[in-house]
Design a protein around this ligand. Structure first.
Ligand SMILES: [Zn+2]
Length: 423
């Protein structure tokens, strides 16, 4: 007997649909009173009435709380979270709550599986059909109507003063599932979201930092200084710096010089595609570092450098490592780390330096990041090795502490209750 795969998929979807409608619509009474907390494991598509999320209740205090999971509206999507990376921004929120968001469910480097799709939604942001069982990632939400930058220069929507991202949204009285450090996420109207069924969980958790790197590369390309023969420095080998190395290698840059003070990170920099690694701690002063860079740049300094630390001293030094006619992309200071000194004569004027800043990304850069990650996998750059630690949601506090101790590279938090609708 021959089965048409499309037919089998249709039958499976119908069964899933029937099971779900039995579960969800069988209780017309208020959500909180009837449905059991977790449905039997034989019904992975079942939607619980309550679910957990990690709330940053105040600075330095994360609490795992259980909330009612409300029904989605016609223009929303319910996602069961699989996992989410911890970002430097999350740590900044944890320490200082700079955006005054507490209480907040953090987590923007996340991904999960579509459990329920509102009746008004049929496609993702690039026109792919979206259905229960699809693996999904989200980018920024539509920017504020009031923002003149976003309105008159949509290509610069990343500079909107009200750039909104899941995991950095204010809490709402009827929906606490606004960030990926929870078991569920409700995708709201106006969001950019992408069906990425052909990506591994690890790569899906890395697509957000990959988009940051993709945007920085686009900015750097504006200088005309990034090409096959460019000698390019990446200063700072944290998650974004390492991602930067992987993307410029994938984009064809052949001479990449990684600079950091941590030998483990420099070893990973090599795996991401760095040709030379320089530990600045090996040099007693700045001049020593300049000479180390000159030794691998024909005595002239780099054509281009990405500054990916948040350290003012490093931001001062980088100007000395770039040759005359070179360029710099500053993307390390995503928070205000203070000021740094430069010599306008020596560093900028005399060298005719091309400087670009890079801030976050636009939603359309997600497809770009997707293609980068797929290409990197094909040419053997093990980007997923950036994930060094995994914690279940129950241990999110320990995950944050590990990050605060500067251990590992990318630390991810995974939902221990995740079950695929197709399992
Ligand atoms: Zn981030």
């Amino acid at each position: 007997m021959n089965f048409d795969p499309a037919e089998i998929e249709k039958i499976v979807r119908e069964v899933i649909q029937q099971t779900r409608s039995q579960v969800v619509t069988a209780s017309p009474t208020p959500l909180s009173s009837v449905r059991p907390e977790i449905r039997s494991t034989s019904q992975p598509s079942a939607i619980p009435i309550r679910a957990r999320a990690a709330v940053l209740v105040e600075k330095k205090r994360l609490e795992l709380k259980e909330f009612p999971l409300r029904k989605i509206r016609e223009n929303e999507i319910l996602v069961r979270v699989e996992g989410c990376g911890i970002c430097g921004t999350d740590i900044h929120c944890f320490n200082n709550d700079p955006f005054k968001l507490c209480p907040v469910v953090l987590g923007h480097e996340g991904t999960g599986e579509v459990i329920e799709v509102g009746s008004a939604i049929h496609m993702d942001s690039v026109g792919k059909p979206v259905r229960p069982g699809d693996k999904i990632v989200t980018s920024v939400l539509e920017t504020s109507e009031a923002c003149m930058v976003a309105k008159y220069n949509p290509a610069k929507a990343n500079l909107c003063d009200d750039l909104r991202i899941y995991g950095l949204l204010p809490d709402e009285s009827d929906n606490h599932f606004n960030g990926y450090f929870g078991e569920y996420l409700i995708i709201r109207p106006g969001s950019s979201f992408f069906v990425v069924n052909d990506m591994s969980l690890d790569l899906r958790m890395l697509i957000e930092p990959a988009a940051v790197a993709a945007h920085a590369l686009e900015r750097a390309k504006k200088t005309g200084l990034i090409n096959f023969r460019s000698r390019v420095i990446v200063q700072g080998c944290g998650p974004i710096g390492l991602m930067m190395i992987a993307i410029i290698r994938t984009a064809g840059v052949n001479n990449i010089i990684a600079i950091d003070g941590n030998t483990d990170r420099l070893a990973i920099a090599r795996q991401m595609g760095a040709d030379y690694t320089i530990n600045f701690r090996d040099y007693p002063d700045r001049q020593g570092l300049v000479e180390a860079v000159n030794a691998v740049t024909k005595g002239m300094g780099a054509h281009f450098a990405f500054q990916v630390t948040g350290v003012p001293a490093a931001a001062s030094t980088i100007w000395k490592l770039v040759r005359r006619g070179g360029g710099i992309c500053e993307l390390g200071f995503f928070v205000d780390g203070g000021e740094c000194s430069i010599n306008p004569h020596e560093d900028i004027c005399k060298k005719e330096i091309m400087l670009v800043g890079s801030w976050a990304y636009n939603s359309w850069e997600y497809p770009n990041a997707y293609h980068f990650l797929q290409r990197a996998a094909r040419i053997g750059i093990p980007v997923e090795k950036l994930i060094t630690h995994r914690f279940p949601l129950d241990q999110i506090a320990e995950a944050f502490q590990t990050n605060l101790r500067l251990e590992g590279i990318k630390i991810v938090v995974e939902n221990p209750n995740f079950r695929s609708v197709s399992s």
